[in-house]
Structures are given as C-alpha cells and as structure tokens.
Design a protein around this ligand. Structure first.
Ligand SMILES: Cc1cc2nc3c(=O)[nH]c(=O)nc-3n(C[C@H](O)[C@H](O)[C@H](O)COP(=O)(O)O)c2cc1C
Length: 277
C-alpha cells in the first residue's frame, strides 16, 4: 500500500497537493496527471496531512489520514482580528491560585489542544509531564530554592540580590517559585533535537492561551525550568523519559483574582530591511 494515494475518480489534476507539499515529494503522473509519490521519496513525507487537507475534491489520502477523518474547515471558524487581538492581550500570567484542584480531564483536554501547535518538520516531539499533586509541586519548588541558594556565590550582585529576596520570601512561607499553583505541567523534548526548546515553547504557548477559555489561569515557570535544566535533584524527581530534557513548564490552576485592565507594552521595535544595492 503506497503512502500517498490520489483517487483518480475524484482527482481533477489541479496539482494543488503538489504545490502545497512541504517536501515537494508529490508529482503528477506523466500519463494520467494523477499525483503520486515515488516510492523512493516516501521517506521524506512529514505526515503533516496538508495534501489531504488542501484537496478541494477529497481525492488525496495518506496512510495515516483519509479525507473523511479530517474535520472540515469552517467558514466562520477563525476569530476576527479584534477578537484575536483581545484574546492575546487579555491573557495574563497568573500568580495567585485557589487551592482547589483542576479536574484531570480538563488538563488532558488542554493538552489535547496544545498538540495542534506547529513543530519543526511536523515532528511533534513534545512529551508532557503533569505534576498533579499540589504537595509535590510545593516540594519541587523547594528543590528549586535549593538550586537558587547553591548558585548565589557565583552570581553577579544584582542577580544575587534578586535571588536572595526570592529565597527570603520562600523562607517566610510564600511560594514565589510555583506561586501556590496546584499543578505544574512540564514540557520536555529530546535532548539531541536542536528545535526541542522552540517546539515546546510553542506548545506551551498554545496551552497558556487555551487555559482562560476553561476558566483556568497559567504562568510560565521560568525558575523551575532553569533549575530542571541544571539541578540534579529536580531532574531526579522528575524522572523524564530517557534522552529528554525539560524545555519549559507552566503553573496552572483556578485563578484567585480577576484582572480589570490590560497592561500596556513597549512599542514594537521594527526595522525595515531594504536592499542597499
Ligand atoms: C519564559 C518565561 C518564563 C517566566 N517565568 C516566570 C516565573 O518563573 N515566575 C513568574 O511569576 N512569572 C514568570 N513569567 C511570566 C512573566 O513575568 C510575564 O509574562 C510578564 O511579566 C508579562 O506579564 P503577562 O504574562 O501577564 O502579560 C515567565 C514568562 C516567560 C515567557
């Protein structure tokens, strides 16, 4: 069974799949103009499904995706620019959470959305680790504080002063690392894949943007991520799959407070590059 099949009864020979294939492995047959993928090019297929999704006639399929399996694109499905700008501006990093847990099914639903994030060559390398118990999140945060303490002597004065403040807040009982979030979601990727960090960051961004629509709040866990990259006790506690590293992490839970205004940001810094020839 070939990887790619175009149904000759439906195919109109318009070559849209040929043009849209990211690796350009689809070719029009010489006699019948029905597209095909030469056997020796199949290894270059990214299983992205674009050929199936872009065919107006439902003619193309690949071994892992038939047109009938793919949800149709809805004409009214995209948010307008104003809605989208609002969504992107109104998301907030949440730093106070209610102590009640989020249902596991809801977290799974969020990750089910995040898996549609783009990834380099459609590798979809992200693996998720959910730290579900609040007490474990707190314990891990304590290990992050140990990492901070151990790093103080080598730090530049300003970083050191800032970290000393965080440590003293922690010692006074305030969770300045995971902000009292009941859960932590860790994205990890293959250590030897140069784009792991990028792919994980995009997937985490999807997760963060989707969270408010479920009534949830989230916040990037930067201290946690840095410690998980450098500090053996955190790495041992996480026990990630072999060959995988922490690329990013997100605190998540029910927000304690709502926001009433959208903070301002710096103007976009833009340079128009012109040819100087
Ligand atoms: C990579 C990254 C790491 C971050 N790490 C932390 C963190 O460890 N703790 C925290 O409270 N906020 C963290 N933040 C949140 C930023 O402080 C926040 O995005 C910024 O202040 C802007 O606020 P907003 O997200 O509400 O727009 C992080 C954000 C990013 C993108």
């Amino acid at each position: 069974m070939p990887l790619f099949v175009a149904d000759p009864a439906r195919c109109k020979g318009d070559a849209i799949c040929v043009a849209e294939c990211p690796t350009r492995i689809i070719e029009l047959g010489s006699e019948d103009a029905v597209p095909r993928v030469p056997a020796d090019a199949e290894e270059f297929c990214r299983r992205c499904g674009h050929c199936v999704a872009v065919c107006p006639h439902g003619a193309a399929s690949i071994a892992t995706m038939a047109p009938e399996q793919l949800p149709p694109v809805r004409a009214d499905g995209l948010a307008g620019p104003e809605q989208l700008e609002y969504l992107l501006r109104a998301r907030r990093s949440i730093r106070s959470y209610l102590p009640r847990p989020v249902e596991r099914e809801m977290l799974v639903k969020l990750l089910d959305i995040a898996r549609f994030a783009p990834s380099a060559s459609n590798r979809q390398p992200v693996k998720w680790l959910i730290v579900y118990e609040a007490a474990e999140v707190r314990r891990l945060a304590g290990l992050v504080v140990d990492w901070m303490r151990a790093g103080l002597p080598a730090q530049a004065p300003a970083t050191r002063r800032s970290n000393e403040r965080f440590i003293s807040k922690w010692e006074s009982g305030l969770d300045v690392i995971c902000r009292g979030a009941p859960h932590l979601i860790v994205a990890c990727g293959p250590e030897n894949l140069p784009v792991s960090a990028t792919d994980c960051a995009i997937a985490l961004t999807y997760l963060e943007l989707a969270a408010p629509s479920f009534g949830l709040g989230a916040c990037w866990a930067g201290f946690f991520t840095a410690a998980a990259r450098q500090w053996a006790p955190v790495q041992e506690a996480l026990a990630l799959p072999d060959g995988h590293i922490t690329c990013g992490a997100m605190m998540i839970g029910h927000p304690r407070y709502r926001y009433y205004r959208l903070p301002l940001r710096n103007e976009a810094h833009i340079t128009w590059h012109e040819s100087n020839r």
